[in-house]
Every structure is written in structure tokens, then in C-alpha cells.
Design a protein around this ligand. Structure first.
Ligand code: ATP
Length: 347
């Protein structure tokens, strides 16, 4: 187990800056997800941590010591890839024990640790099977066992679930989380799936275009996004222009009150946002923060009804109950609960 610190970490490929001055601290035993759209620099960062790629500039520290000049095999970081690269002609046991054999560990000790790992990834008794006789999910679990058997300081997972079907992904997510908790191993997990990051991670590092946008606990990406871009990535495009004056926001639809403890933007122009699931559709009109909106579209989703609203020229998405009765074209009152209002920078 090890702390991991990235300091001004930068990697360029010709004109492309794949990772741009990345600063990040990962605590020992923490599971951090690198999240972001394709090409944002997640894999490049992981490859630099593992030593497969040299940074253009910046530093990487394990337990406060720079590891930049230490070769991959001596760093104590192991990587599990999207495609499980098992040795096809070897048995499962030989695959899992390969790293230990390279380290010169005694045969009996290898067998003991391999069995222990296969137990952990829920493949007991699979040691004698050939790798090509396994399903995709089983192969991925063998790849995980092979990475963990050498007791790495840091585990790096590069979209390890991307090739699995939906049910298997869910199962593997739970397995990875429980193993990670049990072993307390510092883990970095790369994904472009926002839901996966939220389910698995202690903290999420969201990157766009090689630049870290927000590093936070999952809940904050929903309730306290740093920018409209971050909010959009977490499926919230509900915006209303306003100007903050003290504990009030002046908007084209009237004055809203905000809880100063719940907002981070100062005085002046802001964008008001409330998540689709937090907008109240049956407000008590005597309550504060009630505004009017026009229904543009209504879609029954089975578990709930999704409606599109025109809110002062902005299109908002709101989730209502499955039996919601509204008409397209109708103007309805909605409430923006004070504790659910978040303010974003206007620029
Ligand atoms: P994905 O989710 O698609 O795997 P990613 O976030 O992991 O994407 P990276 O693979 O880190 O993104 O790539 C970041 C940027 O660096 C991209 O623009 C990519 O084209 C570029 N890049 C990555 N590796 C190389 C390379 N070896 N040579 C040139 N450009 C590269």
C-alpha cells in the first residue's frame, strides 16, 4: 500500500498534450477513478504511473519518493488491461503464478499463493484449466488474480470491464470493490463510464482534454460540480442565468433565495442549476423559489416520467413520478428547493 502523488505531470506526443500539468494526491488504500471522454488522457496517465511511458515533465511519487527513474518491474505497480492478456497455452495456475516464478519464489509457496488468489477472485479449483477454456469474465478474474498475487503497492486497472456484458460488469465491479477493500490496496481505475466511477470510487478525477477538471468524492459531481461542462458530463444541463446579491439571486423569473452554506460562487453573474431529480413538480405555491415553466415534452420512462421544460428560454430536464399528469404546452409551477440550488460560474 502506498500513497501516490502526481506533480505537474505532463505528457506530449508531438503537438498533442495528452496530459497537461496534472496534480493529484491519492491516499494509501484509496480507490480513485480516472474518468473522462475518450482521448482525455486517462490511459496515458496510467501508463506513466506504471512506467510504460516516460513523462515529458513533472513527477510521480510513491510514499513521497520519486519513482520516475525506477524501472517498471521495480515500482511495485501492476496494471490490468482491458483485454486480458493471458498466456493461452499455460494453465490458469501458471498464468497467475508467473510473476512469482519470475521473482524466484519457491514452487510450494507459489502454489499456496495462487490458490489463495483464485479463492479471492472466486475461481477456486481452476488452477489446472487452460486459459483458453475460460469465459471472458473468468479470464478477466484470472488477470486480476495474476496482478494481485505479487502483492503490488499500487493496482492500476485500465477499463478492465469494457469487454464484458452488463450483468458480468456489475458482478466484476462488486468483486473488485470487495477485494480492494479487503486488501486495502491503493487502486487507480480508468473508465469513461460515469456510473461505474460513482459505484466504485472513493474519489473521482474527471479529465477533459488532458486537464483535470475536478477531483472529488462522487457525491460532489452531482451536487457541487465545478463547471457547466462537469455538470453536463453528469447529465445535468439545467441552467438559469442570474445575478447573486447576498443570499438572493435575481433571475428573469423572479428572485430566488440561496443558502450561502450550499453555494460557492460569489456576488455577480452566475448560472443557477438544480438537478433533474431535485426539481419539485408539485410545489406549495406559498413556498419560496417557485417559478413557472412551460412543458415542451413528456416521456414515460417506466419507473418515472421525464419532462422537458422551457425555463426562461433554457431547456430543462426534470424527473417526475411515473403517474405525472401534465400536458405539453401547459405552463406549470415548479420549485427549486433552496438546499438543492447550486451556482456555477457564468463564463
Ligand atoms: P480512451 O478512453 O479512448 O482510452 P484516454 O482518455 O485513455 O482515451 P489516451 O489514450 O491517454 O486517452 O490519449 C490521450 C491523447 O493522447 C489522445 O489525443 C491520443 O490520441 C494521444 N496519444 C496517446 N498515445 C499516443 C501515442 N503513442 N502517440 C501519439 N499520440 C498519442
Amino acid at each position: 500500500m502506498s500513497t501516490v502523488v502526481l506533480r505537474d505531470l505532463t505528457r506530449r506526443f508531438g503537438n498533442v498534450t495528452a496530459v497537461d500539468r496534472l496534480n493529484l494526491e491519492i491516499e494509501s488504500g484509496e480507490l480513485v477513478a480516472f474518468l473522462g471522454p475518450s482521448g482525455c488522457g486517462k490511459t496515458t496517465t496510467l501508463r506513466m504511473i506504471t512506467g510504460l511511458l516516460l513523462p515529458t515533465s513533472g513527477d510521480i511519487l510513491f510514499d513521497n519518493k520519486s519513482i520516475i527513474t525506477i524501472p517498471t518491474e521495480k515500482r511495485g505497480a501492476v496494471m490490468v488491461f482491458q483485454k486480458h492478456l493471458l498466456f493461452p497455452t499455460m494453465s490458469v495456475g501458471q498464468n497467475v503464478g508467473f510473476g512469482l516464478k519470475m521473482q524466484g519464489v519457491a514452487k510450494q509457496e507459489i502454489e499456496r499463493r495462487v490458490d489463495e488468489m483464485l479463492e479471492l477472485v472466486k475461481l477456486p479449483g481452476f488452477a489446472k484449466r487452460r486459459a483458453h477454456e475460460l469465459s471472458g469474465g473468468q479470464q478477466q478474474r484470472v488477470a486480476l488474480a495474476r496482478a494481485l498475487v505479487v502483492r503490488p503497492k499500487v493496482l492500476l486497472l485500465d477499463e478492465p470491464l469494457a469487454n464484458l456484458d452488463a450483468n458480468l460488469r456489475l458482478e466484476m465491479r462488486e468483486l473488485i470493490r470487495s477485494i480492494q477493500r479487503e486488501l486495502g490496496i491503493t487502486t487507480v481505475f480508468v473508465t469513461h463510464d460515469q456510473e461505474e466511477a460513482v459505484m466504485l470510487a472513493d474519489r473521482i478525477a474527471l479529465m477533459f482534454d488532458g486537464v483535470l477538471q475536478q477531483y472529488d468524492v462522487p457525491h460532489s459531481f452531482y451536487q457541487r460540480p465545478k463547471s457547466t461542462r462537469v455538470a453536463h458530463f453528469f447529465r445535468n444541463d439545467n441552467l438559469l442565468k442570474g445575478t447573486r446579491r447576498g443570499n438572493y439571486i435575481e433571475t428573469p423569473l423572479g428572485r430566488l433565495s440561496v443558502d450561502p452554506l450550499h453555494v460557492a460562487q460569489g456576488e455577480g453573474d452566475v448560472l443557477v442549476t438544480v438537478r433533474p431529480e431535485d426539481v419539485q413538480l408539485k410545489p406549495n405555491l406559498a413556498d419560496s423559489n417557485c417559478i413557472e415553466a412551460k412543458v415542451l415534452l413528456q416521456v414515460y420512462m417506466g419507473t418515472h416520467t421525464q419532462i422537458q421544460l422551457d425555463v426562461a428560454g433554457h431547456t430543462w430536464l426534470v424527473h417526475g413520478p411515473a403517474d405525472l399528469q401534465v400536458q405539453v404546452g401547459e405552463t406549470i409551477p415548479i420549485q427549486l428547493p433552496q438546499a438543492r440550488i447550486w451556482l456555477l460560474p457564468s463564463a
